[in-house]
Design a protein around this ligand. Sequence first.
Ligand code: HEM
Length: 565
Amino acid sequence: MFLASWIWGVAVILCCVSWFLLGRRRRRQGEPPLENGFLPYLGCALQFGANPLEFLKEKQKKHGHIFTCHVAGKYIHFLTDPFSYHALMRQGKHLDWKKFHFATSAKAFGHGSIDPAEGNTTENFHQTFIRTLQGNALDALVEAMMENLQYVMLQSRAPKLQSNTWVTEGLYTFCCQVMFESGFLTLFGKEFHSNNDKNLSSKQETERAHILNALENFKEFDKIFPALVAGLPIHLFKSAHSAREKLGEALLHKNLLKRDNLSELVTLRMFLNDTLSTFDDMEKAKTHVAVLWASQANTIPATFWTLFYLLKSPEAMKAATKEVQNVLESAEESISLDGKHISLNRKQLDNMPILDSIIKEAMRLSSASMTFRVAKEDFTLHLENDFYNIRKDDIVALYPQLLHFDPEIYADPLTFQYDRFLNEKGEEKTDFYRSGRKLKHYYMPFGTGIAKCPGRLFAVHEIKQFLALILSYFEIELVDSNVKCPSLDQSRAGLGILQPSNDVDFRCAARELFDYGQNKTITKGKLQLISLPVLSYFKRLTFSFGTRHSYRIMRKCNGTAFTDS
Ligand code: HEM
């Protein structure tokens, strides 16, 4: 036993030494400074993985604005000067953005290669995404999401709400359930039921159980996603593998065809799978699992951080609530818990600069995406004032969290400032500076250049809709208003928005129950058609005259404001 370990020990040391002497890459003239790390194959992977931001800051201090790191068998050239980002995008002809994405997607989701060069499909995936997530297609997505969010918040979760008391739960759990269920219904539609079906509500319950089951599978799979991207085979993770297969089963074309209101994205992808690819049924389904993952994995934590920071900042909460009220008033929308849903279209949602700024600021603080490009050949990378030789198959990467946390660009960068992205006129602020120069790239949670996230507009609309509805329908607060901000879970660094390392308790009550919970005169039905100005007038009257008397005054002066249901 002792002899065996001794032999193994010597073998490992010999491997390290021979790698150190023979296998290590040597920096050639004209190449960026090189960090090989101390471990064969892994190189700097462990230090990088433990805290990428700190690691890169340290190397930036040592080497300057460009350096190369050996990470898990790859050589990555990190560009850390935001003024060179543009130069990188301009030299796209030497760089491939698809190879890495295609290989990662096939490995992680288990479908065949989606690279048209490999012959399984001729679909241009990126074009499909742009066509079905932006432009006119976005209007339909926004409309469906508005409906589904309200269905989920008010109907699907109704048993929790009807207890007339505050409900306490984890904020991340809540955001996860609401966004997953609503987003799933928006992309993949609802199981077909006739409205006059006698068992409608029990069928809806069953459908909800299916979606929540899909959420459990999604979470199980998502947990090991960083390991899959790092190259580990899914067979090492038995329960995640089985979760991915179950998600695939649920999204088989034969099951999707039983659903109503499929989004244009999913309908078109089904058609293209059937006409342009040679994928078998399960592989087709797995391309839908990839879309499901892309649509949820970042949106859920982004929604959490936005709501968390909003709840932590009374100033932000006040400004956001006012903006939502103003938009609802000018859209002549009213709040009711009795089935008439609020409807805000894309244009109305676009007119909410305060919510935009809050969402941007929350994502600035929580995003750790990474932009990769693979060198197609040996070439010279020209930056602003200098140039570097890059070898074929090396990776050139940007890590925008360096930019997001740069105190020269964002004063006091670790603090949430809800109006950071607003100018003096209260409109979107776009001028950010470094060393006295205006930056073109200052905010990049969605990546940049040709591969920029095609779902970014939908994502921001979804979060805005979620916030607008929460602020309209619910009274909401953190259980402990002094709770510390959870730290960022670094295991997903490089993949997008980081999750919180722990959940935070919050409580909420339906707003009507909160405002009028003790009031026997005004019941739910009677509030149905009250518009926001009427509501605030009523609140003021209540304060001065008491509820019953105010109700009488209101009936006299604005009879049409109430229904008699
Ligand atoms: C806060 C939410 C989101 C964030 C932060 C985010 C971020 C990103 C990033 C960083 C990329 C990679 C870009 C690159 O490689 O340079 C990406 C790709 C992608 N995202 Fe998003 N995303 C979000 C939401 C969404 C949503 C809601 C959808 C769809 C409904 C979506 C669909 C996609 C797709 C399909 C790709 C792959 C594009 C391609 O390879 O052609 N994303 N996203």
